[in-house]
Design a protein around this ligand. Sequence first.
Ligand code: ADP
Ligand code: MG
Length: 176
Amino acid sequence: MAQNSFTQHCRQEADTIALAQKLASSLSHLFQADQSIHLNISLEGDLGAGKTTFARHLIQALGYSGRVKSPTYTLCEPYPIELNSGNPSSAASITAHHFDLYRMRDPLEWQEAGFAEHFDEPGFCLVEWPGKAEDTLPAFDIEIHLSAGEDENARQIELKANSEHGIAAIEKLHAQ
Ligand code: ADP
Ligand code: MG
């Protein structure tokens, strides 16, 4: 049976980072099998839940070595990523686009800023505060929800897949 969700209790930030790194490994396998695919991933949760922390470690675990800052003011930051498993036939060039839509004043501001084309480029989009765009964004392959735990550094992180590629990524998480 296809597994379309994955839930983890993170007692501390290091656990959140480890989960982001596991997802990076799953995505890396998908892109190395087919570097033309695009995944849309939402990151939901309150301010301070850890959305940017998760995105930063996901992008860096895929091999991006520079800084990953919060795109709060720019709405979107692009990160070119070269995936190379050592085998030239499975090397892949992809782009991660990290969005934070919190400051949008209009649900269509992301389209007016010219960001629509990023939603089918090889790679993936990570979108914090997708609700600010109301229902104007393309469908999400994976929805990630972070919520507070019983103490200050604890978080509950749930991943839910809604598409074939999303399910493939979640199945790889269970297999790791
Ligand atoms: P968001 O983007 O959701 O507003 P950030 O990632 O910017 O949140 O901030 C999360 C804050 O919570 C950071 O200061 C981080 O160090 C802290 N933190 C503490 N515990 C955790 C945890 N388990 N997972 C993620 N972040 C945590
Ligand atoms: Mg953030």
